[in-house]
Write a protein that binds this ligand. Structure first.
Ligand SMILES: Nc1ncnc2c1ncn2[C@@H]1O[C@H](COP(=O)(O)OP(=O)(O)OP(=O)(O)O)[C@@H](O)[C@H]1O
Ligand SMILES: [Mg+2]
Length: 353
């Protein structure tokens, strides 16, 4: 089989498209390019592309200004229409499963089976005789087709279709590794989705995508202060809009951010509790947080306090060789919160299944 090389990692998020290119070198994975372009609000709603033209233009711009030669891309989807489930099936070969997965999957999918694409990965055989675990992933056909189309329109060929939860896991493994017997919760707190992946011994135990994120904060600031979404976004990032009394507003903004952060942490905790109630062991060793919204300094602290578990901001470039001649430490530091999914995608190879 051809050796393959790294795909262009393309994270089409609801607030921005992120591009990452990695190269496998003797020194390990090396960063070739990272870049991002913001999308106007409502371009992507609940994971669905509402304005494909804008997304294609953003991808084209990213490819052009980074002089990207690679044509093979890895994409991912997320949101509550993406189903990720570990199921137990009778032991069978890959070929047999290929044949029967559609039928086996039907009972786990809340949509018409004809409307979804199904992917699966065979996990280790269970100790119970004659059974095996299979990781089942299903996503709406229409959504996948749209993501493929915008990517093709920008001149790339999608080779890999992943889900954010697994990208996070791959990026985490490359940068931190997974320790035996350890359970970690990976969180990606983006603009409209919070992706959670609970991993024990390097294996996914539970995933969930929650429909909330940074855009809720911006909307709340905009509503309470009666300013535009764009102005609210500026305030949220710690900037100022200029024409108002900036001394009063930042205090108001901070209060709104604090309240919303508490709400988000409580919602995340409900999912952790749900996992704990069904898991064999409810021990959680650590929470790793990423995503643009994780850049809010108080959020990681609040999550840690709410859960009683040590939480830290994770760095997807921790183990990636970043040449100082091309990337300043400051640049890497700014990119880190939004880069995890794109890094996970850029690790995927062109010759993968
Ligand atoms: N320094 C910061 N402080 C507060 N919020 C920030 C900061 N930097 C980015 N954000 C917020 O992070 C979000 C973008 O993060 P990210 O790029 O991870 O989201 P996304 O991938 O586009 O969205 P999603 O995955 O939810 O579709 C935006 O809501 C943005 O306002
Ligand atoms: Mg995202």
């Amino acid at each position: 089989m051809a050796k393959g090389r790294n795909c262009v990692g393309l994270d089409i998020g609801s607030s921005a498209v992120k591009l990452c290119i990695l190269k496998d070198t003797k020194r390990g994975l090396q960063l070739q390019a990272f870049d991002h372009i913001s999308l106007p609000p409502e371009t992507i709603v609940d994971g669905a592309l509402m304005n494909s033209g804008i997304v294609t233009d953003a991808i084209s711009e990213l490819l052009g200004r980074n002089k990207v030669k690679t044509r093979e891309a890895a994409l991912s989807v997320s949101g509550n229409t993406v189903i990720i489930k570990k199921i137990t099936l009778p032991l069978m070969t890959r070929e047999e499963l290929d044949e029967s997965i559609q039928w086996e999957a039907e009972q786990y999918i809340p949509f018409d089976i004809r409307d979804v694409f199904i992917g699966f990965e065979m996990l280790a055989p269970k100790t119970t005789q004659g059974q095996m675990d299979v990781m089942l992933v299903a996503a709406k056909r229409e959504m996948i087709n749209d993501y493929v189309q915008v990517t093709r329109d920008a001149g790339l060929e999608p080779m890999v279709m992943d889900v954010d939860a697994f990208c996070l896991q791959n990026a985490h493994e490359a940068n931190y590794g997974f320790k035996e017997q350890e359970t970690v919760v990976l969180l990606d707190i983006g603009s409209s989705v919070v992706t959670m992946n609970v991993v024990t011994d390097g294996e996914t135990m539970f995933t969930r995508d929650l429909s909330m994120g940074g855009s809720d904060l911006t909307e709340e600031i905009s509503r309470q202060l009666n300013i535009t979404y764009q102005e609210a976004e500026l305030y949220k990032m710690g900037g100022s809009v200029g024409n108002q009394s900036d001394e009063v507003l930042p205090h108001e903004v901070e209060k709104i951010i604090g309240e919303k952060a508490e709400d988000m942490a409580a919602e995340i905790q409900r999912s952790i509790d749900f996992y704990s109630a069904t898991a064999a062991s409810d021990r959680i060793d650590k929470i790793f947080v990423t995503g643009g919204t994780a850049a809010i300094p108080s959020l990681v602290r609040i999550i840690s306090r709410t859960s009683g578990v040590n939480a830290e901001l994770s760095n997807p470039f921790r183990n990636i060789v970043c040449d100082e001649k091309h990337f300043s430490a400051e640049q890497i530091r700014r990119w880190a919160p939004i880069a995890s999914v794109a890094v996970g995608l850029a690790m995927r190879r062109t010759n993968e299944r």
